[in-house]
Design a protein around this ligand. Structure first.
Ligand SMILES: [Fe+2]
Ligand SMILES: [Fe+2]
Length: 281
């Protein structure tokens, strides 16, 4: 893997944004808001899982993955920080995150178990974020009409998810994680992640009084179920995770490379030094 760069995004997240910030589209606004609510807890969980399993590897394997682990932690820590700022605005809009407390409670069940379970959950969720990131970079029109700074935030996060999509997976393999547990957790993550995402999206829409609007459901059908939509368009990528010879690198990430090249002015590099990763948390 090429070295993962930790970037500081140069966007203003202090100025409040509108309740219907995603081009006035109630569904996509509620959907992106729901996703953002899950990130601070979820990404900390991924960081911890990666750290915990790395510590169990023999020294030479730790050395082999050191740069990837640093880059992964630095990128996810930056995502957490940016999305926490974004989420503060959601809170002041009166939206309530019910997803994170539910996920935190569920993940307590893993305490004291083999750390590879948490890493299998991380690798499974990283496949989801990679699928979502690739889809968003291929369909940036979903963000048409969104404030440029928020559009940048979502596309930057998507691009970095594609960049580091193999780290948790490779570590899981290096730690001797099994194929049956990998696919078992992927099934569970699919149910939990999509179930939680839909519940939170519905709660956000209800809060905005947009749940029973025809335009909301029309937009949901277009974004999720149309040809090339998020769910329908990712069916084969989702299924590929069950193959014994699956590897995240088998999926194209060229849109990530292109976006990062074309948008250099939107960020500065802070490197992938451990102190940078720690400082960003
Ligand atoms: Fe992330
Ligand atoms: Fe990630």
């Amino acid at each position: 893997m090429t070295d993962l760069v930790v970037r500081r995004l140069l966007i203003d997240l202090q100025t409040p944004f509108g309740r219907n910030w995603c081009g006035g589209d109630a569904f996509s606004t509620a959907f992106f808001n729901a996703l953002s609510m899950s990130f601070p807890f979820g990404e900390q969980f991924f960081i911890d899982a990666v750290r915990d399993v790395t510590a169990t590897l023999p020294p030479e394997a730790q050395e082999q993955y050191r740069a990837d682990v640093r880059g992964f932690i630095g990128q996810e820590a930056t995502h957490r920080r940016i999305h926490s700022l974004f989420n503060e605005h959601l809170e002041s809009q009166g939206l309530t995150d019910r997803w994170s407390p539910r996920a935190a409670k569920r993940m307590q069940l893993l305490e004291g178990t083999d750390p590879r379970h948490a890493l299998a959950i991380t690798a499974a969720t990283e496949h989801f974020t990679a699928m979502f990131g690739e889809w968003l970079l291929a369909h940036p029109g979903v963000l048409d009409g969104a404030e440029p700074r928020l559009r940048t935030m979502w596309l930057w996060h998507s691009a970095e998810e594609l960049e580091h999509k193999a780290v948790a997976f490779d570590l899981y393999k290096a730690a001797g994680g099994s194929h049956p547990w990998r696919t078992r957790w992927f099934r569970s993550v699919t149910l939990m992640f999509l179930g939680d995402l839909m519940r939170q999206t519905v709660a956000n829409l209800r809060h905005e009084g947009q749940l029973w609007q025809w335009a909301t459901w029309k937009s949901a059908a277009r974004i999720l179920l149309s040809r090339g939509g998020l769910l329908r368009g990712n069916w084969s990528a989702w299924r590929s995770y069950f193959r014994a010879d699956f590897h995240p690198a088998q999926q194209d990430s060229s849109l990530s490379v292109l976006w990062l090249e074309d948008n250099r002015a939107q960020f500065t590099s802070v490197g992938a030094a451990p102190e940078a990763a720690t400082a960003l948390q």
